[in-house]
Design a protein around this ligand. Structure first.
Ligand code: DOR
Ligand code: ZN
Length: 426
């Protein structure tokens, strides 16, 4: 691979623009660079470590009509990601070494982003029998989750945490007490009552997070909480962390920006699980992310076919695209509000997720000798969201037509350009 110069870039958005030389997949020089090499013009853009998404639905195997590992990887690269974790709720479920092996292999063949398969906690995501965590861990799985479903049985969750400690992996919980959300269609509150939609109470999330924090503390295990959506969950996390629980948590871009006021039109593009909450929750989630009570941003990128979204609210599947809008939503919700600077963006989009999943070569400092997994961001750009133009097969974005700030200029995976100027290089 020939050397590459990132010309006039600002690491973490700090200081004057510098040139960065990338050679043999690593950062070779920062500062004055005199080398004959291919050039990517930075024009003062912000250089960050490549983003890491702990929560992506790539839909392969099983629903290749909505996303494949190839199209999802392209969306990830265009969104500034250098690593993604592919959730296990595929068909067949990734609850064994064969399926996780297939996902990892396909990811390597496509080669646009490091695709790490998530293994299911229980067989078939049914919550009854533990999957073969050891066999999958041996195959390289570092994160286990029944996402889409909650591991609701406390004994199964306890055993999963105990095994995860022994295997040095992490269990990521989709926190939803299923007995409290039977038939639930929207955040339980005024808006749901007004619209006549059955409520999804905050307590269904908070009670599971509280329980699991206690179980993790008891087991001495690490717990990761998926898509935190309520004020109460942030409070529980703060309390659990203060007590020394090894718990980490993620928030989605949509929960940082959108509220249940969006449900007014009954457009199922806004249907997601956990549901969009209130403006007070949004404020609290932003604060918690800024403070580090919530560790990171994860997309919960959830592609769905037109027929599964363009139907009546109750029949529609929950979920929204996220990979190509995440950075801009974080800029809108966190940077423009002064809650995070670019160091902070690096922390929540790259460093913390890499640490949580134990990736040694992602989320690294921008320093000589470090792997060139990098994202270049134009902080001054604005663009209009057009779901149909995304690399994803599906187009279910709630941000359609919105003008958003900040754009990914280029993404580098081990020194190779995987996206530049909004395109995947040939
Ligand atoms: O909105 C969601 N969509 N939440 C989940 O937990 C699962 C996901 C999906 O797989 O579509
Ligand atoms: Zn989930």
């Amino acid at each position: 691979m020939s050397p590459l110069i990132l010309k006039g870039v600002r690491p973490y958005g700090e200081g004057d623009p510098v040139d960065v030389l990338i050679r043999d997949g690593v950062i070779a020089q920062i500062g004055i660079v005199e080398e004959d090499a291919e050039v990517v013009d930075g024009n003062g853009a912000v250089l960050l470590p490549g983003f890491v998404d702990l929560h992506t639905h790539l839909r392969e195997p099983g629903r290749e009509d909505t996303e494949t590992i190839a199209t999802g990887s392209a969306a990830a690269a265009l969104g500034g990601y250098t690593a993604v974790f592919a959730m296990a709720n595929t068909d067949p479920v990734a609850d064994n070494a064969v399926v996780v092996g297939h996902v990892a292999r396909r990811g390597r063949e496509v080669g646009l982003v490091d695709v790490h398969p998530v293994g299911a906690v229980t067989v078939g995501l049914e919550g009854v029998k533990l999957a073969e965590l050891g066999t999958m861990a041996k195959a390289g799985v570092r994160v286990f989750s029944d996402d889409g479903h909650c591991v609701h049985d406390p004994l199964i969750m306890r055993r999963a945490l105990e095994y995860s400690k022994a295997l040095d992996v992490v269990v990521a919980q989709h926190a939803e007490e299923p007995r409290l959300t039977v038939g639930a269609q929207a955040h339980e509150g005024e808006q749901a009552s007004r619209l006549g939609l059955q409520g999804w109470p905050a307590a269904a999330e908070e009670s599971i997070v509280a329980r699991d924090c206690l179980l993790a503390l008891h087991a001495g295990a690490r717990l990761h909480v998926c898509h935190v959506s309520t004020t109460g969950t942030a409070d529980v996390l703060k309390w659990a962390k203060a007590r020394g629980t090894q718990v980490s948590a993620e928030v989605t871009p949509h929960h940082l920006l959108l509220t249940d006021e969006r449900l007014e039109t009954y457009d199922p593009v806004n249907k997601v699980n956990p549901p969009l909450r209130t403006a007070q929750d949004v404020r609290k989630l932003r604060e918690a992310l800024a403070e580090g009570v919530i560790d990171c941003v994860a997309t919960d990128h959830a592609p769905h076919a037109v027929q599964d979204k363009d139907c009546e609210w109750s029949a529609a599947r929950p979920g929204m695209l996220g990979l190509q809008t995440a950075l801009s939503i974080v800029v809108e919700a966190m940077v423009k509000t002064g809650l995070l600077d670019w160091r902070g963006v690096a922390r929540v989009m790259s460093e913390r997720p890499a640490e949580i999943a134990g990736l040694p070569d992602q989320g690294r400092p921008i320093e000589v000798g470090e792997p060139a997994n990098l994202t270049l961001v134009d902080p001054d750009a604005t663009w209009t969201v057009r779901g149909a133009q995304f690399a994803s097969i599906a187009a279910n974005t709630p941000f359609e037509g919105m003008e958003l700030p900040g754009a990914v200029v280029a993404t580098l995976l081990r020194g190779r350009v995987t996206a530049v100027g909004g395109r995947i290089p040939a």
